[in-house]
Design a protein around this ligand. Structure first.
Ligand code: PTJ
Length: 263
């Protein structure tokens, strides 16, 4: 593994990249996951690498839906396990929810590795091996799931998803909470609560809201009934427009917005 000097201006980004490469070597993340990460990072550059106000609103709504759910499930793929196994376990305990490993590039060995990784970081009874149900209308391996997990869930949290399954879960009538930095992806467009934020920022934020809302069930119900999905997505687009306008003004003025970024 390459040693990254702490003084490097992109230290966090480079360490994350190395962690994903290591996860690939350990059979947790797939090569396609490295491409997916690069796409996400490009969006994060544009969005300023911070949780935006609209994302925070969506994270609070995500927490409210999870807290008021009867059978909530967090779906985990290779990238999510590589980047945020601990945060998944923390959120699953806080709600509480089941955790199910669901892979696009599925192999039984990879599912077992990811289950072991999640259980080492504190998740319990992780589903994934020996699926016994299928999501209707989906031909990929991601259709394979557990009856007591995703199949019968009322609320499913799907970080870094492919659009097909997000749409299929929505067709099943489930409340779909996505975490995807791309506000234009089919996943973001299909989700009931699209959270446009980076995974390792989004999950702890959702967990913090969960801890508050668990003590205020009336408030959670109020948030669910008043949450404006289209308004929130529009606010994400407006935020992006504002960021880009700021970047263009700063460039004309000879300054750089987000000057901490050196490359
Ligand atoms: O582990 P597997 O076999 O299930 O495969 C997982 C991947 C991620 C390869 C698979 O789900 C996939 O191909 O995903 P996509 O279609 O590339 O979509 C991933 C989405 O997540 C893209 O819209 C990215 O912008 C976004 N994304 C990537 N990294 C992050 C992210 N969003 C939030 N936080 C991130 N760290």
């Amino acid at each position: 593994m390459t040693r990254i000097p702490r003084s490097h201006p992109r230290y966090k980004s480079l360490v994350t990249r190395e962690a994903l490469v290591a996860a690939h070597r350990q059979g947790v993340a797939v090569l396609e996951g490295l491409i997916a990460h690069g796409r996400g990072e490009a969006w994060d550059y544009l969005l300023g690498e911070e949780t935006s106000a609209p994302a925070l609103v969506a994270e609070r709504a995500a927490a409210a839906y999870l807290v008021t759910a009867k059978r909530p499930v967090i779906s985990v793929n290779g990238n999510v396990a590589a980047l945020a196994a601990k945060q998944v376990a923390g959120l699953a305990r806080a709600v509480p929810t089941r955790v199910e490993v669901n892979l696009f590039h599925r192999s039984d060995e990879r599912v077992r590795r990811i289950v072991r990784l999640l259980e080492r970081t504190g998740a319990h009874d992780v589903l994934g091996p020996r699926p016994d149900a299928r999501i209707p209308g989906l031909e990929s391996n991601r259709a394979r799931c557990h009856r007591e997990g995703i199949y019968e869930a009322d609320v499913v949290l799907i970080p870094l998803e492919d659009g097909d399954r997000a749409e299929a879960l929505a067709r099943m009538g489930k409340t779909v909470v996505s975490v995807d930095l791309n506000p234009l992806s089919r996943t973001s467009l299909a989700a009931t609560v699209p959270v446009v934020d980076e995974l390792t920022r989004a999950l702890p934020n959702i967990e913090r809201f969960v801890r508050v809302l668990r003590t205020k069930p009336g408030e959670a119900t109020r948030i669910v009934s008043t949450y404006d999905r289209s308004g929130n997505l529009a606010a994400n687009y407006a935020f992006l427009r504002w960021r880009l306008a700021g970047l263009s003004r700063a460039t004309k003025g000879g300054r750089r917005m987000g000057a901490r970024r050196k490359r």
